[in-house]
Design a binder for this molecule. Structure first.
Ligand code: HEM
Ligand SMILES: N#Cc1ccc(NC(=O)NCc2cnc3scc(C#CC4CC4)n23)cc1
Length: 404
């Protein structure tokens, strides 16, 4: 009885996770009822409005709209996405050293209302601009980068679009791996070594396909534009020296509130593989563990619950160790190695897209506005997020099962 309940606990469709798209929102809505045109016009022309310095006046003139009409889940995700883009544009349009400290109530009130409904924070999150920010150009065409487009983008044009679409394709490549997780859990529960080995191979091949998709970044994202333009718009207002106390959400809270910048640490995919394989950044890693844990609050509630359900399930590691079966152990270890390779590749990309452009940056002060604003700045070389990425990569390596 408890086996079937554990198996029911882990069925992905209960968590708004798609068989084909994983955590990606399938076929996102791209339009809202015309009542919301004031929001959609601004969000759809954000780069132009910023470049022509018209964004502020457009937002000030925006009517205070009610979110009552937004009853459908995909409408709510689209509205949170649109208001998220407008908010980041509004706060950062004068550059990272002249942040807007007050968000007008015509933006703050509906944005916070929608955030409450969706259990997301009132800041642009990964689930918005990567998972829900896409459409096919030709609806009957393939899911290839040439046939995909974003719904909204920031200044930096093709680079902004490329960054979100490449991340989307990596998330789509993860779908077979996510789909294999319930199979792994039930194989462990039924001590079915053969099915377990197959399901682990599905995860391994899915992770290597994620890395293949990742390679597209070099053709679609320009390092200088990423670092000097796009990065600014992903920044948040937590522990941010220039926004002490955070952003004032007018008409919502009387005092300013802090929220972290967008981070891919908010992607549920790697959290799932980490928990499945027993890669827990434990407290000895200090800020890494706390930081990763805090990122789960920035995920859709149902995705967060799925990660929790895996954590509460049977331990895959213990079962593989106890089985003492070489080929099973190899299947487990190749899964871990694929994850290490993906994180190694990611670190190389971060070096090319952040460390090198940062090194060319004349005024070093601008480095303050990381999207990850939770680490004290240590200057470019040992810059804090690089330590975070290397810590989590090294933790992944340690998850290998040594020959017993
Ligand atoms: C120009 C390309 C990229 C740059 C500069 C970049 C940079 C970073 C940085 C600085 C972090 C540290 C935490 C944060 O600030 O979010 C991070 C974390 C992360 N990034 Fe990226 N990233 C890039 C592309 C991607 C892509 C395409 C993916 C695939 C989905 C990805 C997945 C992740 C994940 C999962 C984390 C959390 C840390 C981990 O679990 O290893 N990144 N990235
Ligand atoms: N200097 C500097 C510096 C520059 C960048 C960062 N961090 C950063 O861009 N995080 C976001 C990220 C990392 N990897 C991936 S894939 C998709 C996304 C996304 C997104 C939207 C924002 C939710 N991301 C930190 C420091």
């Amino acid at each position: 009885q408890d086996k079937t309940s554990a198996e029911n606990l882990i069925k992905i469709d209960r968590y708004l996770i798609s068989e084909d798209y994983g955590f990606v929102l399938p076929h996102p809505q791209t339009e809202l009822p015309s009542y919301f045109d004031p929001w959609m016009e601004i969000a759809s022309n954000l780069s132009q409005l910023i470049e022509n310095c018209q964004l502020h006046s457009k937002v000030e003139k925006m009517p205070l709209l009610s979110t009552h009409a937004l009853t459908d889940y995909k409408e709510q995700r689209l509205a949170h996405l649109a208001l998220g883009f407008i908010t980041m544009g509004y706060v950062w349009q004068e550059g990272s050293d002249k942040a807007q400290k007050v968000l007008p109530e015509t933006l703050a009130v509906p944005f916070c209302k929608l955030s409450e409904i969706l259990d997301l924070p009132p800041v642009l999150v990964y689930a918005d601009c990567v998972l829900a920010n896409w459409k096919k150009k030709d609806p009957f065409g393939p899911l290839s980068i040439e046939n995909l487009d974003v719904i909204f983008s920031f200044p930096g044009g093709e680079t902004s679009k490329g960054f979100f679409l490449v991340s989307l394709l990596v998330e789509m490549a993860a779908a077979p791996g996510i789909r294999a997780i319930p199979k792994i859990i039930s194989a462990v529960l039924h001590e079915d070594v053969a099915s377990l080995e197959n399901a682990l191979q599905d995860v391994t091949s899915s992770i290597s396909k994620m890395q293949d998709a990742f390679k597209l970044i070099h053709g679609y994202v320009n390092p200088e534009i990423f670092f000097n333009t796009l990065r600014i718009y992903l920044s948040g207002w937590k522990d941010n020296p220039l926004m002490a106390g955070g952003l004032l959400y007018e008409g919502v809270w009387k005092t300013p509130r802090e929220f972290s910048g967008g981070s891919a640490g908010q992607s549920s995919t790697l959290h799932c593989f980490d928990v499945l394989l027993g890669i827990y950044p434990n407290l000895e890693c200090g800020s890494t563990a706390a930081y990763l844990q805090s990122l789960r609050d920035y995920m859709p509630a149902s995705h967060r619950a799925f990660i929790q359900a895996i954590a509460l399930g049977p331990s895959l590691r213990h079962f593989v160790l106890a089985a003492g079966n070489d080929s099973l152990q190899e299947a487990f270890n190749s899964c871990v190695s694929a994850l290490v390779a993906l994180r190694d590749y990611h670190i190389q990309v971060v070096t090319r897209y952040i460390s090198i452009p940062a090194g060319k940056q004349k005024h070093r002060g601008c480095l303050f506005h990381n999207a990850v604003v939770t680490f004290p700045e240590k200057g470019t070389g040992g810059t804090s997020f690089m330590c975070f990425l290397k810590t989590i990569r090294d933790l992944t390596k340690k998850a290998q099962l040594l020959d017993v």
